[in-house]
Design a protein around this ligand. Structure first.
Ligand SMILES: Cc1cc2nc3c(=O)[nH]c(=O)nc-3n(C[C@H](O)[C@H](O)[C@H](O)COP(=O)(O)OP(=O)(O)OC[C@H]3O[C@@H](n4cnc5c(N)ncnc54)[C@H](O)[C@@H]3O)c2cc1C
Length: 375
């Protein structure tokens, strides 16, 4: 039997959320072990789009995304080139008058909270994104939204934590995470007064009974076409599809990569935990993209993949102590916003561990909050 090692905090899961938590704890002077079963940034973090986006589905969602976006801005100068931090902004594309009304509402909401945005007419939209189909109603441009390459950021954050003294452990999964003890599948025991479950959509394996469901998504990436598009483009109808808790959905959501590649999304699906590509959903997703950008259909798609978002019933993550085990903290349930909200999540975890006053109220994200069951 191996001798147990002791830390102030053990973080399970080396995706972007766990890596950010490990770094925030190390920056606060805590001794940290970060345990990753596979590779840092390899889970949903590698599957995600890397769109750092402010959303306003609820005040709590806005607070977390906006706070995180500000933390991304601060971090950006220290990121390595591989993180591919770019600031193209988001164009929320309106197909009709109803969606233009939604663009206008969103603009006022963001303006009132000092987030720069601008409503564009049909002609202005066509001028800045000529590959969109003619006749769209217009768009809302949200200028400060950015794009990153998430796995490279996760690795960077883990390495930064290591440079501050954190221990990085890979190749072995955590099989037990409770009561101040993390046990690994090679027999290693790590002791810590505080544990953090940041294992993403797999979090119920270590903490059974969490209100989490896996929500499968598909992405496709093309060959290099520099200048094909200039902003993250998302249909305003995306919000409807992201909100649907029951049905499969696809939405037009495309992203320019620094390489000139076009990343095409996205789909949402419950009740399918098979990572295989679902050809019918993929076809529907690509057809949706072609509907908005007809010439996208002529681009060569090089690779398609899937990933799993960790979805909670109220669409807010679980950040804070577990009601059943106050020494165990959760940092999961980020659904389609975990890249965006990783940095603010990490600050909230560290603030709670150290009894510091957080920059935003933590209550909406506490795991003990009341939530209706998933549909
Ligand atoms: C198709 C798609 C598109 C997306 N696009 C965006 C986007 O544009 N913007 C955005 O903000 N978010 C996006 N997301 C969501 C985002 O990818 C996730 O919310 C985020 O990556 C979650 O990070 P995480 O660290 O919690 O989980 P993960 O990245 O899944 O990390 C969890 C880690 O834990 C490890 N692990 C699991 N079990 C164990 C164990 N027992 N022991 C040790 N390690 C373990 C896994 O190997 C994994 O590395 C998207 C997601 C998908 C699927």
């Amino acid at each position: 039997m191996k001798a147990a090692r002791s830390y102030d905090v053990v973080v399970a899961g080396g995706g972007i959320v766990g890596a950010a938590c490990a770094l925030a704890c190390a920056q606060a002077g805590l001794s940290v072990a970060l345990v990753e079963r596979d590779v840092f940034g390899g889970g949903a973090t590698a599957a995600g789009m890397g769109h750092i986006v402010v959303l306003d589905d609820s005040e709590a969602q806005f607070s977390l995304t906006r706070r995180s976006q500000q933390l991304w801005q601060t971090l950006s100068a220290a990121l390595p080139p591989g993180a591919e931090y770019e600031a193209p902004g988001t164009l929320w594309v309106a197909a009709d008058d109803d969606e233009m009304a939604e663009a206008a509402r969103k603009h006022v909401y963001l303006r009132d909270r000092e987030v720069p945005s601008r409503v564009l007419s049909s002609e202005e939209l066509a001028a800045i994104e000529p590959n969109l189909r003619p006749g769209l109603a217009g768009a809302l441009l949200v200028m400060q939204d950015v794009v990153v390459y998430p796995p490279a950021v996760a690795l960077h954050l883990a390495q930064q934590a290591q440079s501050l003294g954190a221990t990085l452990l890979t190749g072995h999964g955590v099989t037990h995470l409770a009561d101040g003890e993390a046990r690994l599948d090679d027999g290693t025991t790590l002791l810590a007064p505080k544990l953090v479950n940041a294992t993403g959509a797999d979090a119920p394996f270590c903490t059974p009974g969490l209100p989490l469901k896996k929500r499968k998504g598909h992405l496709a990436i093309t060959d290099r076409y520099p200048g094909f598009l200039h902003h993250q483009l998302v249909e305003l109808g995306y919000l409807k599809s992201a909100h649907s808790l029951t049905s499969d959905s696809v939405a037009f959501n495309v992203q320019p990569r620094r390489t000139g590649q076009v990343l095409i999304g996205s789909s949402r699906q419950y009740g399918n935990e098979d990572p295989a590509v679902d050809q019918s959903l993929l076809t529907a997703m690509l057809q949706r993209a072609t509907l908005y950008m007809p010439s996208i259909g002529a681009l060569n798609v090089l690779r398609v993949w899937t990933g799993f978002r960790a979805a909670t019933p109220d669409k807010l993550p679980l950040i804070g102590p577990c009601p059943e085990d106050p020494r165990l903290y959760l940092a999961t349930g980020h659904e389609g916003l975990g890249i965006t909200t990783s940095l603010a999540t990490a600050k909230l975890v560290a603030d709670q561990l150290l009894h510091r006053t957080p920059a935003i109220p933590v209550e909406p994200y506490l795991p003990g909050r009341k939530q209706a069951a998933h549909d």
